[in-house]
Structures are given as structure tokens and as C-alpha cells.
Design a protein around this ligand. Structure first.
Ligand code: FES
Length: 196
């Protein structure tokens, strides 16, 4: 971890953890990041959600509700990107995400459009719990590069959402359709801007 991150603010934003079904994430997130909350109408319709990412600093992670699920939006630092890129494929169940759900326009390795901006469903692909952020290297043992840990049955994921071997989760965390336009992130649309 590096970068000029205000820890107290980051800890406030990184609030969702171990929420079975992930549906209650919105209730936790909404008071904290009110400007990110979609309207009731948008939520009801499952419409795309627009997020202002202009204030997102390196190492910070936001939780956004989209179609009843928690979506993590994180600005990964160059060190975090380097850390997950250095993980040997032999330690990952689906290193190239061939069996995992992600749009075909994201990079297969970083699982994102640009390396730094991570947009990922915070729902474990085993039985749907919400994994906990364990972003600091060494937090889960000396060789831990930073990532996410599912407390329900112990699945471990790297900072690209790729599941480590030995985890019960069969595939990587899902990447939703999204588009970035300047400082505006829209979750739920393809690159043509149409709902996906
Ligand atoms: S639901 Fe995550 S490991 Fe089982």
C-alpha cells in the first residue's frame, strides 16, 4: 500500500464486509456516500448507475449499489497493480479469466479497462457472501499480496478479483459492464453507452 491516503476517510468508505447476499450493502453505503446513491426509481428499474470518481484517490475503494448488488470501485495504486501482476498463474484457479464473467473489452490480466480503476462485483462466486477487503500486503500471511477474503468459507481473491487455488469459489469475481467517460463512471452500460 502506498500513496497519500487519508486513512480515517478510507476506513469510513471501506465499510461493507461479510454481508451474505450483499443486498444490505446499500443500506450501509448510502449514508456514507450519499452522492453515489442511485435514485429510488433507478434502483427499482435496475438502471445504470453513474458514479463521480473525481475524488477517488489512490488506494481508495467505494461501494456502490447496482441491481441489488454491491459493486466495488477502487483506484489501485501502481504498486498494487504490480503486486497482482506478479502472482504466478499456478497460484490462480482461472488466471486468464477464461471461465469467469467479465466484459470482453476489459484487459484479461488486469480485468479492467485501465489498470488503476477496478470495477468489480463484491459478491463471492461460491455462495454469494461479500468478501472483506484485505488490501495490505502481509495482512493474510507473509506472502499475501493484498486482495479480498471471503469469511464464509475462506475463498481468497487478488486485487484483480482472481481466485487463488484452494478456495471453494470456482471462478473469479464478476466484472460488470461499465464505461468511463472522464471522471464519470457508468455501471451497467457497454462501450456504446447502451444498457448492458
Ligand atoms: S460464499 Fe465465499 S467462500 Fe463460500
Amino acid at each position: 500500500m502506498s500513496g497519500p491516503v487519508n486513512k480515517s476517510r478510507r476506513n469510513t468508505i471501506i465499510a461493507v464486509a461479510a454481508v451474505p447476499g450483499a443486498l444490505t450493502g446499500a443500506a450501509i453505503v448510502a449514508p456514507l456516500v450519499a452522492s453515489l446513491a442511485p435514485s429510488e426509481r433507478a434502483k427499482a428499474a435496475g438502471a445504470p448507475v453513474t458514479v463521480d470518481i473525481s475524488g477517488l484517490r489512490p488506494g481508495e475503494k467505494l461501494n456502490v449499489e447496482w441491481r441489488g448488488k454491491v459493486v466495488w470501485v477502487m483506484k489501485r495504486t501502481p504498486e498494487q497493480v504490480a503486486a497482482f501482476e506478479a502472482i504466478p498463474a499456478s497460484q490462480l484457479t482461472d488466471a486468464d479469466s477464461k471461465k469467469s464473467k467479465q466484459p470482453d473489452y476489459v484487459n484479461a490480466k488486469t480485468r479492467s479497462i485501465t489498470p488503476e480503476l477496478m470495477v468489480m462485483e463484491g459478491v463471492c462466486t461460491h455462495l454469494g457472501c461479500s468478501p472483506t477487503a484485505k488490501l495490505t500486503p502481509g495482512e493474510m500471511g507473509n506472502d499475501w499480496p493484498g486482495g479480498f477474503y471471503c469469511p464464509c468459507h475462506g475463498s481468497k481473491f487478488d486485487l484483480a478479483g482472481r481466485v487463488f487455488t484452494g478456495s471453494p469459489a470456482p471462478t473469479n469475481l464478476t466484472i460488470p459492464p461499465y464505461k468511463v467517460d472522464g471522471m464519470s463512471l457508468v455501471i451497467g452500460v457497454g462501450q456504446d453507452g447502451k444498457e448492458a
